[in-house]
Write a protein that binds this ligand. Structure first.
Ligand code: GLP
Length: 240
């Protein structure tokens, strides 16, 4: 595991975007695992800048997002499909038919999970971008006695609903379920880039990266992966 701390978020975002640009330059058909939340927004901004300056093309890559809420249309501004379009996909030359998210509107959610796993198996992820929840969740893999390997439907924990309520008009509107890639699928990525920003992530970053490996903190399972790159701002990295 490599841990890098940055003096500013702008430097972190630049470094992460450069990492993706280098990945795509080396392998134009790379498969990227993408994430939502506030953490990756600056990284996506920098990737769009690099695209606009003509330094990189996303035309041949494939992307898989970690998760999506159940019951939100892609046009809903709170859906992760909308988030990705707004922050990245709408601004680059990635073909829409190679940018995958779980379909939270599927009538058969179990079949949708199997479909997603089959696609992931066919196109293994080269670099998986991850943020982290305050309770150590990755994607929407919440702390529990057991964790799922593959893509599955998950009920969101109260603390996650509360953390995500800021994006909705009221707590009642926050979807109670999501589809998420499993920890097993995440750990199959060749490289994992875990990003943390802000003082509120300092404690969970320390616990996840140096504490016991436990399903109580899903991000702690990243300690078992051979190729994890952790990018932190000074606040998130203060205990590391
Ligand atoms: C959501 C997402 C996670 C993300 C987490 C943290 O729960 N499903 O993928 O890591 O939020 O979000 P933020 O980056 O806004 O702190």
């Amino acid at each position: 595991m490599i841990i890098r701390k940055f003096d500013s978020r702008a430097e972190l975002d630049f470094y992460a975007a450069q990492y993706f640009v280098d990945t795509i330059t080396t392998k134009p058909t790379a498969t990227l695992g993408l994430a939502t939340g506030s953490t990756p927004i600056g990284i996506y901004e920098k990737m769009v800048e690099r695209y606009r300056s003509g330094e990189v093309s996303f035309a041949q890559i494939t992307t898989f997002n970690l998760d999506e809420y159940v019951g939100l249309q892609p046009e809903n501004e709170q859906s992760y499909a909308y988030f990705m379009k707004h922050h990245l996909f709408g601004h680059i030359d990635l073909p829409a038919d190679r940018a995958f998210l779980p379909n939270g509107m599927a009538t058969d959610l179990a079949a949708e999970c199997s479909r997603y796993d089959a696609m992931l198996a066919a196109q293994p992820i080269d670099v998986q971008l991850l943020g982290i929840g305050h309770n150590g969740h990755i994607g929407f893999n919440e702390p529990d006695r057991t964790l799922h390997g593959g893509t599955h439907v998950v009920g969101l924990k109260r603390e996650t609903l509360e953390a995500n309520a800021r994006f909705f008009a009221s707590m009642d509107e926050v979807p109670k379920q999501a589809i998420t890639m499993g920890v097993g699928s995440i750990l199959k990525a060749k490289t994992i880039m875990l990003v943390g920003k802000g003082a509120d992530k300092a404690e969970i970053m320390k616990q996840a990266l140096t504490g016991p490996i436990t399903t109580d903190c899903p991000a702690s399972l990243l300690q078992t992966h051979a190729n994890v790159l952790v990018l932190l701002d000074q606040e998130a990295g203060r205990y590391l």
